[in-house]
Design a protein around this ligand. Structure first.
Ligand code: X90
Length: 277
């Protein structure tokens, strides 16, 4: 049985060794061009270009056809999407599953709603790869991954909510109260898969301490951590050092955001996925 993992590009993981894997891209759209969130894109160039762009900018999720294409060449598929409460990606993946099953009833397809994005999806993808490579059945993997997902969380530390607010992904009243520009915001992915803004720490150092405090408050006790950053490797590395100072055995990986997360987390943004086990 050929297994495959399919993720949308909001996971920031565009390739994955050791297991069949593919991503379906989200897109960033400006008045005069479209950036496709795939391995061919120069993300730094996009971020730079967006600084001076005039007019509306937005995003669009993968369509049913793209999901079907990505899922079609395997017998057993685990697809994972960005939260269904902020994007149509999940609905499109579910529709792709329904259409494929109508055509190939013997296929097995599980579509997981991360209720999150970025590095929390990364943790789930890594766990899926381990489960698939351990030779477990599709049903056993589905059961284990759903359980694992109750133990993963996402925290973010952003320097701007402008793109989120402009595109209706944070409550405009909340965004306004938080101060759309120039103030750091620490928050979490809520249980419903929406942004929950918690703190406005003053200064970068304070912000990193707040991130660790919030992680601990939400169950962190030394498990795996994935940090995705938009042009902020320094901040990500400092955060990793703070975590290791308290939990020396923590397994931490740092990766850059690709296009979708770069657009919404914006320059300086950090997204932290972690396990509470
Ligand atoms: O369908 C689309 O066009 C994509 C919409 C995506 C909207 C939100 C992306 C947020 C990315 C921000 C920090 C973490 C948020 C946690 C959310 C549960 C990054």
């Amino acid at each position: 049985m050929k297994f495959k993992i399919v993720s949308d590009s909001s996971s920031n993981i565009l390739s994955f060794a050791g297991v069949p894997y593919t991503t379906v891209p989200l897109k960033i759209i400006t008045n005069d061009r479209e950036y496709i969130d795939d391995a061919a894109l120069d993300v730094a160039g996009m971020v730079k270009g967006l600084r001076t762009v005039k007019g509306r900018t937005g995003t669009s999720c993968p369509n049913i056809y793209e999901w079907k294409n990505a899922m079609e060449d395997a017998d057993a598929v685990f697809a994972i999407t960005i939260t269904s409460n902020l994007s149509g990606a999940h609905a499109a993946a579910l529709q792709a599953k329904a259409e494929l099953l109508a055509q190939y009833p013997e296929k097995k397809i599980c579509v997981l709603d991360s209720l999150s994005t970025g590095p929390e999806m990364q943790l789930v993808i890594e766990k899926l790869a381990t489960l698939i490579n351990s030779g477990k059945s599709f049903e056993a993997i589905e059961c284990e991954i759903r359980e694992y997902m109750t133990h993963t969380h996402l925290i973010f530390c952003l320097e701007s909510l402008a793109n989120l607010a402009r595109n209706g992904r944070v409550n405009p009243v909340v965004a306004k109260v938080a101060g759309v520009l120039g103030i750091r915001i620490v928050g979490v992915a809520s249980e419903r898969g929406t942004l929950e803004l918690l703190h406005k720490p003053r200064g970068g150092e304070k912000a990193l301490c707040t991130v660790l405090e919030v992680m601990q408050r939400y169950g962190y006790q030394g498990g795996a951590v994935r940090v995705a950053h938009c042009n902020n490797e320094v901040g990500a590395t400092k955060l990793a050092a703070k975590i290791r100072a308290v939990y020396p055995a923590a397994e931490i990986k740092i990766i850059p955001t690709t296009a979708l997360c770069s657009f919404y987390a914006e320059e300086g943004g950090l997204m932290i996925g972690y396990e509470d086990i």
